[in-house]
Design a protein around this ligand. Sequence first.
Ligand SMILES: Cc1cc2nc3c(=O)[nH]c(=O)nc-3n(C[C@H](O)[C@H](O)[C@H](O)COP(=O)(O)OP(=O)(O)OC[C@H]3O[C@@H](n4cnc5c(N)ncnc54)[C@H](O)[C@@H]3O)c2cc1C
Ligand SMILES: NC(=O)c1ccc[n+]([C@@H]2O[C@H](COP(=O)([O-])OP(=O)(O)OC[C@H]3O[C@@H](n4cnc5c(N)ncnc54)[C@H](OP(=O)(O)O)[C@@H]3O)[C@@H](O)[C@H]2O)c1
Length: 254
Amino acid sequence: MSLIPSKVLTTEKVDDRLVFMTVEKPTNLTYKPGQFVRCAIPLVQEPKSDADFIARPYSMASHPSDDVLAFYIAKLPDGEMSPQMFNLNAGDIVYVDDTAWGMMTDMRLAKGETLFLMASGTGLASFLSFIKDGLWSRYERVIVVHSVRKNIDHVLTDRFNELARGHENAFDFVSITTREPNVSKMNGFNERLPALIESGEFEKNLNVELTPEKARVILCGNPEFVAAVKGVLKQRGFSAPRRGQMGTLVSETY
Ligand SMILES: Cc1cc2nc3c(=O)[nH]c(=O)nc-3n(C[C@H](O)[C@H](O)[C@H](O)COP(=O)(O)OP(=O)(O)OC[C@H]3O[C@@H](n4cnc5c(N)ncnc54)[C@H](O)[C@@H]3O)c2cc1C
Ligand SMILES: NC(=O)c1ccc[n+]([C@@H]2O[C@H](COP(=O)([O-])OP(=O)(O)OC[C@H]3O[C@@H](n4cnc5c(N)ncnc54)[C@H](OP(=O)(O)O)[C@@H]3O)[C@@H](O)[C@H]2O)c1
């Protein structure tokens, strides 16, 4: 069994459905920004195999060099696992894989000028890991794009701006709200991302080129969002890594 009992260290409920938590890191676990582990809760008193757990994948919001693992999790009202994750408190035990999974790493991207990190909802979690990964030694400019339904869901914007301190001239946080007017003072949009890209409004407002010649894209979030953005980017010539060849776009769906 690769699931290791880990103590929950901190939980920060940012509202009644989003939680940011840290847990002990299994000793043997190594990972890259963009990867995920399974978190699991036992269904029986003395679990002996994976079948004795309910488990779901969660992306690391921590950096591999951090001593703890961090997760950013949304509670789905009718979900089986996420309400249990949401209700964990410091001192509780959650089981965590001692192996990380996932191919959404920037090592699979060819060298480029601007890195776009595009997420919907809690897809933003792993970008906290990327942003701590010395991106500005590899890219001239980094642009995080976060699409959510309502302004209240933009809970991590300040955290990103803090982590990008010292790189203000080479960093933008773009917030998209789709179900109410956007209140951001800078780089706030009110339309779905694929439409913003297709109309040219996105590039014009940010004064940036979203082309495979200049840009690299990491895309993460709900399957419909990822498929729609990928569709628009593929039309522009972006491609995923294939058969050992570097790509211009990598993605993960939740
Ligand atoms: C690679 C990977 C990484 C992930 N990382 C994270 C993360 O960092 N944070 C996080 O909160 N979630 C993450 N998820 C989603 C997570 O694994 C669970 O699917 C989610 O917590 C719902 O589990 P549940 O048991 O509560 O819901 P379930 O009982 O499994 O599902 C309830 C319903 O909700 C749908 N659903 C599942 N996930 C979502 C979603 N995100 N948005 C809308 N509908 C959904 C299901 O299709 C189903 O219809 C990740 C998923 C994958 C595949
Ligand atoms: N956010 C909330 O206030 C809220 C509250 C309670 C429960 N929930 C539940 O939590 C789950 C996750 O909700 P969420 O709000 O985090 O995530 P979500 O529904 O995945 O929406 C996140 C963002 O992705 C956009 N999006 C979705 N499909 C798209 C597509 N095909 N093309 C482009 N953009 C697309 C959404 O735009 P659109 O708005 O245009 O779809 C929104 O801006 C859902 O099951 C929901 O029922 C959410």
